[in-house]
Write a new protein. Sequence first.
Length: 334
Amino acid sequence: MSDHSNRWAAPTTSAAGPMAPLDRRRFLARTAAAVAAATLGNAVCAAATAPYVFAHGVFEITLLSDGHFVLPPPNTPADVGFLYPDTPRPELEAFLRAAGLSIERVQLPNNVVLIRTASDLVLVDAGAGSGWQPTAGKLVENLQAAGIDPASVTKVVFTHAHPDHLWGVADDGGALRFPNAAYFVAEQEWNFWMAQDTVTKLPESFRRFALGARRDLSRIKDRLKTVKAGDDIIGGVRIVDTSGHTPGHISLELAGGDGLMVVGDVIANAAVSFAHPEWRFAIDTVPELAIASRRRLLDRAVAEKTRLIGSHWPYPGLGMAERSGSAYRFVATS
Ligand SMILES: [Zn+2]
């Protein structure tokens, strides 16, 4: 993709203000639909979670729940120490207890972002589908409860190809859940997961990730474009390199007054990753690169007072980074 720098500038300088009248009507209607869906959800299906809808520049942003999951996964030893292997055990336990977190398993919400413009409906990540953990994979259910037809999604961008972000792309029979969408993944991400030797190079516990990534990336390959930092998915939605969690992990920067970034799993845990960005996280494929990306993003978010959306922060996952001593803390803004 080419660098559409002119289109990038356009949304930030929109004379129409934060939202054109037509968009505002749809925004209000959508919010009403969300409230109705929440009411309906409570009455009919306790699992439905109402979306969180807000305006950003020319975009309408909808944050959706895909449910949640736990790490370490069920049926593996219940020890959060697995996730932070370099952190001395007493330090880890003291931190988790002080933060009110379990030392056995951490429960992570799975948040998905939908970006609406006049002509596009862009989904950022596709949820976990049915193959990851039974408490996740609720995205399509929650989309439909909010009155959004998955067939109306025009583009799906993957921050990376881990199970909780990619495996929701197809149903159990292999049919695409977003049948009319074009798909986007970073070139490095595609190259990593599709390489013949990735499955065998990874530790045993991650081979399932690699097999699933190959399976689902293959399913969308005819509709998939590989992208890189600086590319625009649509005007005003630009890719930022935040590699390390996976080799081709990307974030999205959305043009608009206050600044907004969709950051996937760069700062995976709202409690731990802000306070200890330097702790090696076992799920990061390239740990040193992940730590550098995390620090760079946190520094930038603090300096620019940018709002951030994280995949696994408390639902709906919208907040800001603030400095706290020599590190940072997460401040929810929803
Ligand atoms: Zn994730």
